[in-house]
Design a protein around this ligand. Structure first.
Ligand code: NA7
Length: 537
């Protein structure tokens, strides 16, 4: 059997499923390689207790097909991991893409062959594939970050990372459990783990802003309304800044009288969900506006947590939203439970992991289980692990100086790497949007592009260095005009030891970005070098 395909897609999450479907529909041969045993991407591996999506479920799904949209009804306003995984299996079955997918197959390298103008892809299992196009659908958050604490491997109990949770149930009942990390995964899992644990110790380096999710069941009547409004929801998503079907606030926090702005904040707090972060239009750019909203959240934490010492440690002091905003269910309430203890790592840093637990500068905490809720090497970690080798044997690692100088064109391609596309790649809107909306836009753009190449007998496409540099500068300039770059976060790469600080997300909005991408395509793929077979000869 020939192992040559028009395209190899890596990853079978939202991106891989839709890309595979599109390519097959368009008449290309495609093979999708997935490391895990099934579809789902991050939703197949981040199975920690309490794992939920924080985009509202009715827009956290494929919108390109009305038929698909109508066939699925979500049970909850914010879907739990297992339901999203079920949805992705449903979508893959409905779209009939599993037969193009090969599971339990990890890509170990992909090398550009200039002479044959094709990619040679090798897997850890020793298989070889060749393909005209290489398309990454590996997602932005799929390489777990486990900090290199001294003695980490000496721990005699069980340890788990939230992003690589076992597929079989973990028995937490009556155990002494330590959770390191209070990002989204920590905040979601801590209240659930507290329900089972005999003792729970939360090791917190940075206190987080969180607002209530107010998750609830979606009634049949609501579901019927959501289905009836398919066209409206889709239209609003396409027109929106962040891929959500909501209208953005036009009010400034500093520009709104105190009484009115408090009423607005109370109303969005009560409503729940991520839209609290969009109560005003200048939270991300104006430090004074940000202070107003930050102080509002701090006041809620003070009202909730009873122990005065614990409250002090839980008050965040960075600019709200410059770390990924979190929505929670009973997070701060959990610290009122007798058996839950907050360890403030600013006061007593972790010194080492011991055989029996965690040793801080003050004492040793004896534990049965350590949960690492310590996040991901986001945006570039997984792409770099693929060992991609471009023209003249230059690796993506070398090109990006091991993550120190990441430059792409539109977050969709990299110069020196012909016929290579990155769905939600670095410097695209990606994680600062409702990600499935960004994925659909990228998949459709790539699909249009491949059809254009085919129709015009173009053999290779590759961004020019100049276009790439301009795009990278534009991304950084926009980020620098906001408060985002002022905080240490995985948005800036500063959560990973040795990773150079930058900002790998296009912040100009998905709607503007969509227009830019479509103009570039309309202008014959401006900023790209296109070569026909003749030109290559
Ligand atoms: P995050 O948001 O990166 O959170 C990781 C947490 O782990 C955060 O509180 C970190 O503290 C903490 N951390 C990381 N390294 C250490 C060390 N060395 N010591 C102590 N604490 C540490 O990851 P999540 O998985 O929660 O969320 C990621 C996204 O996944 C989420 O937004 C969803 O989109 C899905 P820090 O703040 O860096 O001081």
């Amino acid at each position: 059997m020939s192992n040559h395909f028009d395209a190899i897609v890596i990853g079978a999450g939202f991106s891989g499923i839709y890309m595979t479907y599109k390519l097959h529909q368009d008449g290309f041969t495609v093979k999708t390689l997935e490391k895990a045993a099934g579809v789902g991407g991050v939703w197949n591996v981040a199975r920690y207790p309490g794992a939920h999506c924080d985009s509202e479920s009715h827009c956290y799904n494929f919108m390109f097909s009305e038929e698909l949209y109508r066939k699925w009804a979500w049970s909850k306003r914010f879907a739990p991991q297992e339901e999203i995984l079920r949805y992705l299996n449903f979508a893959a079955d409905e779209l009939d893409v599993k037969k193009q997918m090969q599971f339990n197959t990890e890509v170990s390298s992909a090398k550009w062959d200039e002479e044959k103008t094709q990619w040679q892809i090798l897997t850890s299992e020793g298989e070889e594939f060749t393909a005209t196009y290489l398309i990454s659908g590996v997602g932005c958050l799929s390489t777990s970050n486990i900090p290199n604490f001294e003695g980490r491997d000496n721990f005699a109990g069980e340890s788990y990372h939230t992003g690589a949770w076992p597929h079989t149930p973990v028995d937490l009942k009556g155990k002494r459990i330590g959770v390191i990390g209070t990002g989204s995964s920590g905040v979601q899992s801590i209240p659930m783990i507290a329900q089972e644990a005999a003792e729970l110790y939360v090791f917190q380096r940075t206190p987080q802003f969180t607002s209530p999710a107010r998750n609830r069941t979606i009634t049949e009547e609501e579901n019927a309304q959501l289905k009836a409004d398919y066209a409206g929801i889709r239209e609003r998503i396409v027109a929106s800044y962040a891929g959500y079907p909501y209208v953005r606030s036009t009010k400034s926090a500093v520009g709104t009288p105190e009484e009115e702005r408090l009423a607005m904040l109370e109303a969005t707090w009560e409503k729940g969900g991520l839209s609290f972060g969009s109560t005003f239009n200048d939270i991300g750019i104006n430090p004074n506006s940000n202070d107003i909203v930050s102080e509002f959240i701090r006041s809620k934490i003070r009202e909730t947590v009873k122990n005065p010492e614990t409250v002090e440690s839980l008050l965040p002091n960075y600019y709200y939203t410059t770390k990924r905003p979190i929505i929670d269910t009973n997070y701060h309430e959990t610290y009122n439970k007798e058996h839950v203890t907050l360890i403030d790592l600013k006061e007593q840093p972790i010194v080492r992991i011991t055989k029996s637990g965690i040793q801080t500068a003050e004492k040793e905490y004896s534990l049965d289980i350590i949960v690492y809720a310590t996040g991901y090497d986001a945006m570039t970690g997984t792409l770099l692990k693929l060992n991609i080798i471009g023209r003249d044997g230059v690796t993506l690692k070398e090109k990006w100086a091991d993550g120190a100088k990441v430059e792409t064109y539109l977050g969709l391609g990299v110069s020196g790497f012909p016929n290579f596309f990155t769905i939600t790649g670095p410097q695209s809107p990606s994680v600062l949007t409702n990600v499935p909306a960004s994925i659909e836009q990228h998949v459709e753009w790539i699909s249009d592009c491949l059809q254009y190449l085919k129709m015009n007998q173009i053999k290779t496409i590759e961004p020019t260095e100049e276009a790439e540099q301009q795009w990278s500068k534009q991304c950084m300039d926009i980020a620098n005009s906001t408060l985002y770059t002022k905080t240490d976060s995985w948005y800036t790469g500063s959560n990973i030891e040795g990773k150079t600080r930058g900002f790998l997300i296009y912040l100009g909005g998905l709607n503007s970005y969509r227009q830019i991408c479509s103009d570039i395509a309309g202008n014959g793929y401006e900023g790209y070098q296109l070569k026909t077979t003749e030109a290559i000869k």
